[in-house]
Design a protein around this ligand. Structure first.
Ligand SMILES: NC(=O)c1ccc[n+]([C@@H]2O[C@H](COP(=O)([O-])OP(=O)(O)OC[C@H]3O[C@@H](n4cnc5c(N)ncnc54)[C@H](OP(=O)(O)O)[C@@H]3O)[C@@H](O)[C@H]2O)c1
Length: 302
């Protein structure tokens, strides 16, 4: 079957998604056609490396005009009101259009306001948490497990910084190194403050634990400038609590060797615990997360 995709955002992740989709056609069962790419400048109708505008339109006009089968959101997160993504998802889902997103903010703020419109149109958001390493989609396949708590290392930048500081480097040295390696933005305040990890924890708490919380309900502490021992920025939630804070890790802890930019997630369940460890960021990994949503949504359609 042929699906028409409208992609919002042609930055690092949007480009990676478009490239990986085109180079992996032989690994996908269905056919996908990019019917347009939308940026702040307007809409480009066919894929070109250099973005150029074929017609001017805002995201909503583009959605109505193109009427795609699936939209892919690779726009930046807006932590004040989740827009324009939040309204875009609702408009798409109401019309039976599938939504795939790597943008955390709308779901971290308005999870239940958005998922109430899921029906004929499905919502894929694997890439919002741990990018291509299954977190959301891990739970999609172990849904019958009753999960009591979730615990994770959900931010690559802060794990890299804390790992290198435990090896003796100073905060400022490590931050410079993280920016040079492309692991951190020049102004990585959302990472360092713990907000990025809290957004991911809010999404997992709603999806897995069915907690009705937003990022604003999570107690958040960021990276300490003078950590003691081997610390990790731990995101934790159970029925009663949800927090992100630095914790000293013992050597028997399963997270002890999750170092540098690696991420990890443990689901503590009634039958068994499950831990998954893997790359948690980067444009190609985010693209993989969105491609896995694509195959889940289209292959297991009802
Ligand atoms: N980078 C990663 O490793 C990673 C991993 C997982 C998830 N994510 C998420 O992926 C998303 C995109 O990140 P990125 O690094 O690719 O960002 P980016 O390089 O800054 O690209 C953002 C793109 O979105 C477009 N855009 C911004 N506001 C828009 C609007 N109102 N309407 C239409 N287009 C708009 C921009 O248009 P212009 O080109 O016209 O400015 C640009 O093409 C973010 O939500 C991020 O949290 C990133």
């Amino acid at each position: 079957m042929l699906y028409r995709l409208l992609v919002f955002g042609y930055g690092k992740v949007g480009r990676a998604f478009v490239n990986e989709l085109s180079s992996r056609k032989n690994l996908l069962e269905d056919d996908y056609l990019i019917s347009g790419i939308v940026t702040t400048k307007g809409v480009m109708k066919e894929v070109r490396e250099q973005f150029s505008v074929d017609y001017h339109a805002d995201p909503f006009t583009a959605l109505n005009k193109e009427s795609p089968d699936i939209i892919v959101d690779a726009m930046p997160g807006n932590y004040s009101d989740g827009e324009p993504s939040k309204s875009l998802y609702i408009e798409a889902l109401k019309n039976g259009i599938h939504v795939i997103t790597c943008n955390k903010a709308p779901l971290a703020l308005f999870y239940w306001d958005i998922v109430r419109y899921v029906g004929k149109g499905k919502l894929g958001f694997q890439a919002t948490v741990m990018s291509g390493t299954p977190s959301v989609n891990l739970y999609r396949i172990v849904g019958p497990l009753k999960v009591h708590s979730i615990r994770g290392i959900l931010n690559s930048t802060t794990n890299f910084i804390l790992t290198k500081m435990s090896e003796g480097l100073s905060y400022d040295e490590v931050l410079r190194m993280a920016v040079e390696l492309g692991l951190a933005e020049p102004e990585p305040s959302l990472d360092i403050s713990g907000i990025d990890a809290a957004a991911k924890l809010a999404i997992l708490s709603n999806f897995i634990l069915r907690k009705k919380i937003t990022i604003n309900d999570i107690h958040v502490e960021g990276v300490p400038k003078n950590p003691r021992g081997k610390m990790k920025l731990i995101a934790y939630a159970d029925r009663d609590t949800a927090y992100v804070k630095p914790e000293e890790i013992e050597s028997h802890d399963i997270f002890f060797n999750v170092n540098d930019s690696m991420n990890a997630l443990t689901l503590k369940g009634d039958i068994q615990d499950i831990t998954i460890i893997g790359v948690g960021g980067g444009p190609r990994s985010a693209a993989l997360g969105m491609l896995s949503d694509l195959t889940l949504i289209t292959r297991y359609r009802t």
